[in-house]
Design a binder for this molecule. Structure first.
Ligand SMILES: [Zn+2]
Ligand SMILES: [Zn+2]
Ligand SMILES: [Zn+2]
Length: 366
């Protein structure tokens, strides 16, 4: 039997991949309660940030729609309503902090809709936290009444040991959040997304230019991409399409690069202050890097914008999106600053409701 064609396998396993930033704010959320600062009182919808969480949606090999949530924070109910979520197959937890875990109770609605359990992936430390906080879910036989609680299937994961969720290959990446070991996640199609990305690049190059601008209309009004060469910024700003959800305004940088392959491979690295040596190899060949960037002042458990830019440069993903921002970072001002320093073509702030997806081929190279 001939060896399988890895590229065709990867494109067959999952398709129609969409990645949505459900929340991009730090633990207090923006606006912060009782704060009158410029960002907390901003009228720019991109300055309103729910707690950091994201959703990856795709169609599996059997044609079934799938949805994988990264973290279930205290804003999950509002995020699910805003995004119109109708199903949830799995949750990947990055760590045990409240702003990433205290929405788990809400997922019982998806159990009811789907009439089935939800797979939950966490390392041993986070798993123990979830079982302690949510005893009414994980130890339901002890509940006094037979109440409506979530039905979950717990899975322990280990750094560096990949697993598969409905054709999505997931690799837990060890990261440091101050002294706390936490997980990032590398997400890609099962069967070798490296090949897919390479073929996407080759196709983009053959269409004339390594990062030719993609038509904004082709982005279905959803992706506010980051990418392309500096001289394209003006054109992209003029063509930039709106983000999904609460926005209606274009980013300073417009729709992104000539890539048509979608957001994968993607690494999700929120709540990080340092990347251990063994993790850099898991961050190679990325289309998308999602990375912590709390503020400009140093913080013991989060990255500053400058530190995040340094990591982004070394990782060299096609596009880097920052998350977990505090009210020190206004969206428009920070993006203008990144543009002035020449970083905005490859890296910038995400905002709530932003969706990344394949752009199709029509717009590329035109
Ligand atoms: Zn956090
Ligand atoms: Zn504020
Ligand atoms: Zn945290």
């Amino acid at each position: 039997m001939p060896p399988p064609d890895r590229t065709s396998i990867s494109s067959r396993v999952i398709s129609d991949v969409r990645f949505t930033f459900l929340g991009t704010g730090t633990s207090a959320g923006i606006p912060a309660i009782g704060c009158d600062c410029a960002v907390c009182t901003s009228q720019d919808p991109r300055d309103r940030r729910l707690r950091t969480s994201s959703l990856l949606e795709f169609t599996d090999a059997k044609g079934q729609a799938r949805a994988v949530l990264i973290d279930a924070g205290p804003d999950l109910r509002e995020q699910a309503l805003r995004h119109g979520m109708k199903r949830l197959d799995a949750i990947l937890f990055t760590h045990n902090h409240v702003d990433h875990t205290w929405g788990l109770d809400e997922v019982r609605r998806f159990n009811a809709i789907q009439d089935g359990p939800i797979d939950v992936y966490a390392d041993a430390h986070t798993d123990a936290h979830l079982r302690r906080v949510y005893t009414h879910i994980f130890d339901r036989d002890r509940n006094v009444n037979d109440s409506f609680v979530a039905t979950l299937i717990g899975h322990r994961v280990e750094p560096g040991r990949a697993f598969t969720v409905h054709g999505l290959r997931v690799t837990p990446i060890p990261l440091l959040h101050g002294k706390l070991p936490v997980l990032g996640y590398r997400l890609e199609a099962e069967g070798g997304d490296e090949d897919e990305r390479d073929s996407t690049r080759r196709a983009a190059e053959s269409r004339g230019g390594r990062r030719s601008p993609r038509s904004a209309t082709e982005a279905h009004g959803e992706e506010l991409g980051i990418g392309g060469d500096a001289e394209e910024v003006g054109a992209r700003a003029r063509n930039a399409s709106e983000a999904v959800g609460n926005d209606g305004k274009a980013d300073a940088v417009g729709s992104g690069s000539g890539s048509s392959g979608g957001p994968l491979p993607l690494a999700y690295c929120t709540d990080v202050s340092a990347v251990p040596p063994e993790s850099w190899g898991m961050l190679k060949g990325l289309e998308t890097l999602v990375l912590d960037a709390l503020r400009d002042r140093r913080h013991p458990t989060h990255l500053t914008v400058d530190q995040a830019l340094g990591i982004a440069e070394r990782v060299d993903a096609r596009r880097t999106y920052f998350v977990h921002m505090s009210h020190d970072l206004g969206h428009a001002e920070t993006m203008a600053r990144l543009e002035a320093s020449g970083h905005a073509a490859r890296a910038g702030l995400a905002h709530d409701g932003l969706t990344l997806k394949a752009s199709g081929n029509r717009g590329a190279g035109k």
